[in-house]
Design a protein around this ligand. Sequence first.
Ligand code: B12
Ligand code: SF4
Length: 508
Amino acid sequence: MRILNGEKEIRSGFASIFAISFERVNMRVLFVHYEEDYVSREKPLLAHERVPFGISYISSVLKKAGHETEVVMPTVENVEVVEERVRDYNPGLVCFTSVYSTFKFLSQIAQRIKRRYPDVFLALGGTHPSLDPEECLKSPFDIVCVGEGEYPTLELVEQIERGGFPGGIANLYIKNKNHIERNSPRPFISNLDSLPFPDREVWLPLLAAPLSRPSILAGRGCPFSCAYCCNHALRKVSDGKYVRLRSPENIVAEIMWFKSILPLLEDIYIEVETLGANAKWAFELCDALESMNKKYDVQVAFGCNLRITPGMDFERLFDALRRANFYFVNIGIESGSERIRRDVLKRYYSNEDVVRAIETARKYDLKVGTYNMIGIPGERKEDFNETIKLHRKVKPNWFMLSVFFPYPGTRLFEECKEMGLLDGVDMELERRRAALELPGFSKRQIKRRFNWSPALFNIGLIPFRRVLHQLFLCRLNTSNRFLALRRKVKRFTRILSGGIRKYIPSSQ
Ligand code: B12
Ligand code: SF4
């Protein structure tokens, strides 16, 4: 068995995804990604699981067509790094990817580049520009992508390369002197198997833990329409089928590609909005993973997301997951109040369904994590007490609590606006700090419960020292000052090197 044991070797292994070699590099494209929770200036990206799939897929498509790509990740400590890369790398196009919370910072970076390099095209894509393109067009970006970006970016690169001013590219809004060309949408990519695997190599120089657990994107879109989530809005940006799943064979092929580079890899997150999006597909995937694992001495264990639906055959699903070597599922409970879930969030299942799901998962030896929110419009203290009560009943292995945040483009954002809840919303530390002042649940009360949530959810159920540890982490994550301090400490320690050691036996 060949073990890769140097960063250079790992790099060339990851590069093997692009089996075809090109005589000539056509154009250079620089991607810009920003993480608020960066690790350090040199290695800002914590782990593979933080890699954004959007630009990884675009980069892959560009490289396959013979172009060269690189990613730069600015931090608040070194905003100038993007200008420096533009100067030294000399790209023909700079591509920014953005969610709502990163947009302001990225716009400032774009402004700086525009000032120094007015001739370089700046494109922006991602969830936020897809949902609020008009707002994004007010920033210094020349081009805004609405929806999927693989083929629009490829066309854009080809047009820029030919020397003309780009135009007529479906999915792209392009600023052209005095007007904006708003091109029509192109249908969602119908066959995800037709795409090359995402480019992992491009992230390696930025990863603090290059051998950490990777995620594999198994599908795009979600069949549900929860009012706070972006899916119901993203479904409308293009025509064609929105929920698309890769074939089990294609997913297995990507895992086997990973295993060929990292034979000791033993843990992968299957990223899909919900594994229950299509039951037939889920069972076929489980069968394919089970057969694949039989080929390896070091088998791969998996985790995934699952959205509960009433009437779901949990016995059959969890049995299949267990046989395929899944060891955990993350389940969105969101609120323990059936009223809030049904009337506000538009999630239709009962607390009984939640209990049945988690108890069955446990029966099949699966660990369960839960996603939850606090500060939901219409929520009162009593509703959040029900969230705590439900958790103390089902006792998940871990829980994640975020403060509700209204993303533009979602139905709940519009409702918050109508209710006048958005005036003076705190944008900093989105989802980690109370955002809305609710009639039955003040910001102060939300903040207090959020900060004390590890104790409220877990005291008496897990060892007290673990509750204390969680309380400490919660405090750390909700303060800018503590986050900065943590970064400094991390820079001087090598905590993340544990990820590397995991795959490289000491005898090698
Ligand atoms: C996987 C995932 C993650 C992963 C990977 C992150 C990532 N940026 O891809 C992780 C766990 C790291 C993550 C983190 C976060 N996430 Co997230 N995540 C998702 C999820 C479930 C799928 C995203 C995905 O991979 N889609 C498939 C890829 C292929 O599509 P894509 O990313 O949209 O990219 C395509 C287009 O947008 C476009 N495109 C993208 N960039 C560019 C750039 C250019 C120049 C062009 C032309 C086109 C283009 O082309 C791409 C390929 O077709 C979505 C839900 C969803 N339905 O989108 C939430 C989602 C994107 N996440 C969300 C949030 C809020 C976050 C966090 C802020 C949470 C947090 N506090 O940590 C962070 C932000 C991290 C960051 N700095 O980007 C929100 C964003 C809401 C909003 N309006 O901004 C979403 C929509 C979930 C929701 N609540 O509805 N996330
Ligand atoms: S089930 Fe999850 S991913 Fe799907 S719409 Fe609801 S919140 Fe979004």
